[in-house]
Design a protein around this ligand. Structure first.
Ligand code: ADP
Length: 543
């Protein structure tokens, strides 16, 4: 017997309709690339998104065609999130930090029909425009007064605000199939060519419901959310959609991601929740400490994309009374998979135990199941010790990659994440490493993430990166690369002593190299493959 309930497709446009009707006056504040602060509300967003949807039809964008964006976090990008997906086209967020060659590959692979860009990225657009054939137009996300003078784009250059001004807001969001594609995001491609993950309206809506929950990203109508994580990086972890669903205020940082600008925005806009990768928060914490400041409104910060060092959790929680929500996910997971939020019996944990728990990436949000398996594919126990390949499945996990030129990644219906992890008896998952970063010493594994976590607790360490360096006897041994805090005279021997009693003896790195900086990739993560190329032979040369 069938249930007798209304059947309404789960569509991205319904989020915007809800925000307009039920939270119409709630603010969206953006730091613009033009330099000023722009503010309007969900009602304005919805109206301009409808105008833009009409403009897209005038540009003859057919359902399912890809519309590229090369843009910071801001209100115009938000309008495109809804205008493009809502009208049945596919929003393809391009990562401007990628090399021009990779962008050319991705634009052609996705067959983007038009590309919207922030003024900052004009030089990048100019450098790729002649090398790509699919885009008919390049649309500068600005008004007529700020239009760039460029001849290289010719009649293919259009102005965003002209398109808005020239179209009415009478667009009716179509009733699409909820399984149709809504957005496309390419993996960062640190190994091989980037692969496209094609989200559907349904997967996006289910992800939004689940990610907003109190034990997940914990967002509500009373929040003011600052997504520092870029809108070109897995849809800013879904926060633009979550904000519409919950009616939260949105605060967009634009291009100003330095500690001072972020702090100013957090305080002036009374942000309650922020989200970003650890490298961004380093700059923010350093600035707040340099001005002896603290946070008057921020209550939570969501940290993911890379392991959140315990020292960072402590800095936020002890010094600033901002709770850290450590989360794990990936592009293929829309991205949220696990969040480290406490269960009832863990609320009274002693301080040390609490920080040890928070170093874990957390437990599954509803909609995602996970398991760890050994090399033969056999499931391993959840005892907090056994480590194996992490596999997931769920409503918002990729089934295959866009373009049909890859075999399905699934193994027996599970998606292999490429991460090695442990799961404890409470269901808390901890990433040991990416499988390609794990250090294999004498047939045993050493977690580079654990070594980095310990090193980062040393008061004179700014950044710690541990890599596998080839070793004549043990195959690989951990090598520690350290960026010291300004003015520090830390010696290698002192730092190595710091490991005594904190990790097993054979886990202790054999050497420390002090470096001025470490290479950071397009999504804000340390590029360990580059460091391995540069320093991986250290122990061979040394001995
Ligand atoms: P994203 O960085 O947005 O999560 P990517 O697909 O670029 O998406 O990278 C996913 C990978 O990042 C994961 O497979 C994992 O190796 C790593 N990662 C993500 N979050 C964490 C975390 N909290 N701790 C450790 N590693 C993480």
């Amino acid at each position: 017997m069938q249930g007798m309930m209304m059947e309404q497709p789960l569509l991205v446009a319904s989020l915007l309709k809800h925000a307009e009707r039920h939270h119409g006056a709630r603010e969206i504040v953006s730091r613009r690339v033009e330099g000023d602060i722009h503010r309007y509300c969900y009602r304005d967003l919805a109206q301009r998104a409808r105008r833009m949807a009409n403009a897209l039809s005038s540009l003859v964008i057919a359902p399912g065609e890809r519309v590229g964006t090369l843009a910071w976090n801001g209100y115009r990008h938000m309008e495109l999130y809804f205008a493009v997906s809502g009208s049945g086209a596919v929003l393809h967020t391009l990562n401007p930090r990628l090399h021009a060659d990779q962008l050319v590959y991705i634009i052609e692979h996705a067959q983007d029909r038009v590309i919207f860009f922030d003024l900052t990225f004009l030089p990048l657009i100019e450098s790729v425009a002649a090398r790509v054939t699919s885009p008919r137009f390049f649309i500068a996300m600005t008004d007529r007064a700020h239009m760039p003078r460029t001849h290289s784009l010719g009649s293919r250059l259009l102005c965003y605000e002209d398109l808005i001004d020239n179209h009415k807001d009478d667009f009716e969001w179509p009733l699409l199939d909820e399984n149709s594609a809504s957005s496309l995001c390419y993996t960062s491609g640190t190994t091989g060519n980037p692969k496209g993950v094609l989200y559907s309206h349904r997967s996006t809506l289910l992800h939004t419901y689940a990610a907003a929950l109190p034990d997940a990203l914990n967002c509500s109508a009373r929040d003011a959310i600052l997504p520092v994580v870029p809108m070109f990086h897995v849809n800013a972890w879904g926060l633009p959609y979550i904000a519409c669903m919950t009616g939260a205020k949105l605060v967009f940082p634009g291009a100003a991601l330095d500690g001072k600008s972020l702090y100013q925005l957090i305080e002036e806009e009374q942000v309650t929740v922020s989200a970003g990768v650890p490298t961004v928060w380093q700059g923010l914490l350093a600035h707040v400490e340099s001005v002896a400041g603290s946070f008057s409104s921020m209550r939570r910060t969501i940290i993911g994309g890379a392991p959140c060092p315990t020292a960072m959790t402590q800095a936020f929680q002890k010094r600033h009374h901002v709770d850290v929500l450590h989360a794990w996910g990936m592009t293929e997971l829309s991205p949220v998979g696990t969040v480290c939020s406490f269960k009832a019996h863990q609320t009274g944990l002693a301080e040390d135990e609490r920080y040890a728990l928070q170093a874990k990436q957390g437990r599954s949000v509803f909609g995602i199941d996970m398991k760890i398996v050994d090399a033969a594919g056999e499931e391993l126990p959840w005892d907090g010790n056994a480590a194996g390949d992490l596999q997931v499945r769920g409503h918002w996990v990729a089934n295959e990659y866009f373009g049909g030129d890859y075999a399905s990644p699934l193994q027996d219906g599970w998606f292999p994440t490429g991460d090695v992890a442990k799961i404890d008896a409470d269901g808390f998952m901890q990433i040991v490493d990416r499988s390609k970063d794990v250090i294999k010493s004498g047939g045993e594994w050493i977690s580079s993430a654990d070594i980095e976590n310990v090193a980062s607790l040393h008061p004179e360490v700014a950044t710690a990166v541990c890599i596998a360096a080839r070793h004549p006897k043990w195959d690989e041994r951990p090598l520690l690369l350290i960026v010291k805090k300004p003015g520090s005279a830390l010696e290698a021997a002192d730092l190595l002593m710091f490991f005594d009693g904190r990790v097993a003896k054979w886990w202790k790195p054999d050497a420390v190299l002090f470096v001025d900086a470490v290479p950071i990739g397009a999504t804000g993560k340390v590029l360990k493959n580059q460091l391995r190329d540069q320093y991986g032979g250290h122990y061979l040369q040394a001995g």
